[in-house]
Ligand binder design. Structure first.
Ligand SMILES: Nc1ncnc2c1ncn2[C@@H]1O[C@H](COP(=O)(O)OP(=O)(O)O)[C@@H](O)[C@H]1O
Ligand SMILES: CC(=O)OP(=O)(O)O
Ligand SMILES: [Mg+2]
Length: 397
């Protein structure tokens, strides 16, 4: 069986094709800057005889349909072909960011499921519309395949009510479903599973720290999410690439009232113009690192704020878990940025956490332990693989 996994973002598509049940990736790739004449496709083929280098191509990709069509061409034609045609794909697994309270596990996509995903556009305006478009295009391009949705929110549906409810009048929850949902669940679930295996402890108390463009943390025990830093939307919690994370809600009222912002402007400011971009001038942590090395004071303060927020959540989640077996760093920043990891683990001796500076600096490859042997809890770096986790969940259906 072949499972094709699609992760449609606001301007990109990440994809991976797996042969099942051996979990063997046949190829993977990324289409960036969809909607531009200078879009870029990076495509990698795995297995015997495959070219070692990824293929990179710049071309016009006006929309998702054009992007996925190009990917299908790479899968089926010429030297990159790994399958005969679209009919060789049995299942298409889609990352869908918001599943509300309706979806607690992988779900075969029907007209009813699509309508529900559409209803949730307002709660995840940066993500669900793109995910939905990815589904519609995949239905056209892989008409024979079963389409399955795997929701970012599903893993966090185990949060106890006292953790997911806000202290607002009850009717706002019962009638309007205003509550904490949490996101990046597929990633937290995947790395928590890997960590528990590594520790040989299925009941491990873990704090998983996903630092990508969007950033979130989760408190996980026995493979169940007990709390997480994102909330009603993916805007809450940590400082992110372009999102503010936690704020006093009065700041919004001040922007909307005395400062005369429209709701649209506030949304753009908090989702797209804040975080590291707003503080340091770039949402890419590599730029912030370079600016810091060049003595830029704004970059130094931005990194202080970013790391301080992570440390606050480590403290909170150690309390939620009543102890800690491991801290797990993952995603683009968490896997690659030794300075961010070092700053996030600073001054946590109280919790018995001791980072090994050399292991942290020289850390490449798969799962790595970067703590000192004397550390009471392990500090792990585990590359996330949302696509593999999505394929596994599709296979369970
Ligand atoms: N070598 C690196 N050092 C520091 N940060 C990095 C490095 N490589 C990637 N990143 C960061 O990772 C981010 C993207 O992470 P990723 O998990 O791919 O995010 P997303 O899935 O949200 O697009 C980039 O914005 C960049 O800041
Ligand atoms: C939910 C979310 O924030 O996703 P991403 O990090 O991919 O933007
Ligand atoms: Mg991501």
């Amino acid at each position: 069986m072949n499972i094709f996994v699609v992760n449609s973002g606001s301007s990109s598509i990440k994809y991976q094709l797996f042969n099942w049940p051996d979990e063997q990736p046949l190829c993977s790739g990324l289409v960036e800057r969809i909607g531009s004449a200078q879009a870029e496709i990076t495509h990698r083929v795995f297995g015997a005889g495959a070219p070692a280098e990824a293929l990179r191509r710049t071309l016009a990709v006006p929309d998702y349909e054009a992007g996925l069509r190009e990917v299908v061409r790479l899968l089926t034609d010429g030297p990159t072909a790994v399958i005969q045609g679209p009919a060789a794909v049995d299942v298409v697994g889609h990352r869908v960011v918001h599943g509300g309270e309706t979806f607690t596990g992988p779900t075969v996509i029907t007209a009813v499921v699509k309508a529900k995903i559409k209803e949730l556009f307002g709660l995840a305006p940066l993500h669900n519309p793109a995910n939905y478009q990815g589904i519609e295009v995949a239905e056209r391009l892989f008409p024979r395949a079963r389409q399955v949705a795997v929701f970012d929110t599903a893993f966090h549906q185990t949060l106890p009510e006292y953790a997911f409810r806000y202290a607002l009048p009850t009717a706002l929850y019962t009638e309007q479903r205003i509550r904490k949902y949490g996101f990046h669940g597929t990633s937290h679930q995947y790395v928590a599973g890997r960590a528990a295996e590594h520790l040989r402890n299925p009941d491990a108390r873990l704090i998983t720290i996903h630092l990508g463009n969007g950033c979130s943390m989760a408190a996980v025990r026995g493979g169940r999410s007990l709390d997480t830093s994102m909330g009603f939307s993916p805007l809450a919690g940590l400082v992110m690439g372009t999102r503010s994370g936690d704020l006093d809600p009065s700041v919004l009222l001040h922007l909307l009232g005395p400062l005369g912002y429209t709701t649209e402007q506030v949304s753009t400011l908090l989702n797209k113009g804040s975080g590291m971009l707003g503080l340091a001038g770039s949402n890419d942590m590599r730029d912030v690192g370079r600016a810091l090395a060049a003595g830029d004071a704004r970059a130094a303060l931005a990194l202080d704020i970013y790391a301080y927020r992570i440390r606050q959540y480590i403290g909170a989640y150690a309390a939620v878990l009543n102890g800690l077996d491991a801290l797990v760093f993952t995603a683009g920043v968490g896997e690659n940025d030794a300075l961010v990891r070092a700053r996030a683990c600073q001054d946590l001796e109280f919790f018995g956490l001791a980072l090994d500076a050399a292991r942290n600096e020289n850390c490449t490859g798969g799962l790595r332990d970067i703590s000192q042997p004397s550390s009471r809890a392990r500090i792990l770096v585990i590359p996330t693989n949302e696509e593999l986790e999505i394929a596994r969940q599709c296979a369970t259906l």
